[in-house]
Design a protein around this ligand. Structure first.
Ligand SMILES: Nc1nc2c(ncn2[C@@H]2O[C@H](COP(=O)(O)OP(=O)(O)OP(=O)(O)O)[C@@H](O)[C@H]2O)c(=O)[nH]1
Ligand SMILES: [Mg+2]
Ligand SMILES: [Zn+2]
Length: 227
């Protein structure tokens, strides 16, 4: 349990070496599983010339996904997030340490009350500055929930979320010859055919397998269920 009664989840990631599609997918599974509206917030756009490439990688997960590119320290830049932070709205911020969650909260509140700390120069990882979950009120009546950065988000009981985030794969798998196809070397496997044909990437299929295995979901079973 990370939070309760949340309307929107800001999945915060930075446009640097710490960015990971696999991690974004995990957070998305969590959001879909519990029915919270996800918004991917890509920070540190001011430190790179290639923020569009990071945004494209995030959008490739799901074309309908909201992806915002910001400089968390700049009020004008974060104003694109105001729409989710209005009166009566609760927004939780999740993401690795050092991506700028507390910086975003400070800027959205127009204060610098919350401690932040530079990331390590060597590997770009954060210093676990925020150690507890805390809610911060916005002048307009919304609430922001700042959380400690998590490097690993373990999922459990997230079969529904996994099925939603990886719906593209499950859709293709409906055309496998065998209803219990494990998408390995079975003849007539539509997933392998889609990988060969370039409509699915083997990396994404591998990430789906890994998440499903971790969650204890039998991939063949979820295919059958969708069918
Ligand atoms: N240039 C720039 N620096 C940023 C941006 N966002 C955050 N930072 C800096 O990145 C460092 C880490 O930011 P924090 O807000 O402490 O990160 P956090 O996600 O709260 O980290 P934890 O509390 O450890 O989970 C700070 O030095 C921030 O000033 C940004 O968009 N641009
Ligand atoms: Mg913090
Ligand atoms: Zn198959």
């Amino acid at each position: 349990m990370i939070a309760a009664n949340v309307d929107t989840l800001f999945i915060v990631a930075s446009c640097n070496q710490d960015f990971s599609v696999a991690r974004l997918e995990r957070y998305l599974v969590l959001a879909r599983e519990v029915g919270v509206n996800p918004v991917v917030v890509l920070t540190k756009a001011d430190l790179t010339d290639t923020s569009d490439a990071f945004a494209a990688a995030a959008r490739a997960i799901d074309s309908g996904l909201r992806v915002e590119i910001v400089n968390s320290r700049d009020p004008a830049s974060v104003s694109c997030l105001a729409a989710w932070c209005g009166k009566g709205q609760t927004v939780a911020l999740l993401g690795s340490s050092g991506v700028g969650k507390s910086t975003l909260v400070n800027t959205l509140r127009g204060s610098d009350d919350i401690a932040t700390q530079p990331i390590r120069a060597t590997d770009g990882t954060g210093r676990h500055t925020t150690t507890g979950r805390e809610m911060h009120r916005l002048k307009g009546g919304g609430w922001l929930l700042d959380t400690p950065g998590m490097r690993e988000l373990q999922l459990a009981d997230a079969a529904t979320g996994i099925a939603e985030v990886f719906d593209d794969i499950l859709l293709v798998a409906q055309d496998c010859r065998f209803s219990d196809c494990a998408h390995g070397r079975e003849p007539g496997c539509a997933v392998q055919a889609a990988i060969s044909g370039g409509t699915l990437t083997s990396e994404r299929v591998d990430r789906w397998r890994r998440l499903s295995a971790e969650d204890g979901v039998d991939a063949a079973f979820s295919t059958k269920r969708r069918r």
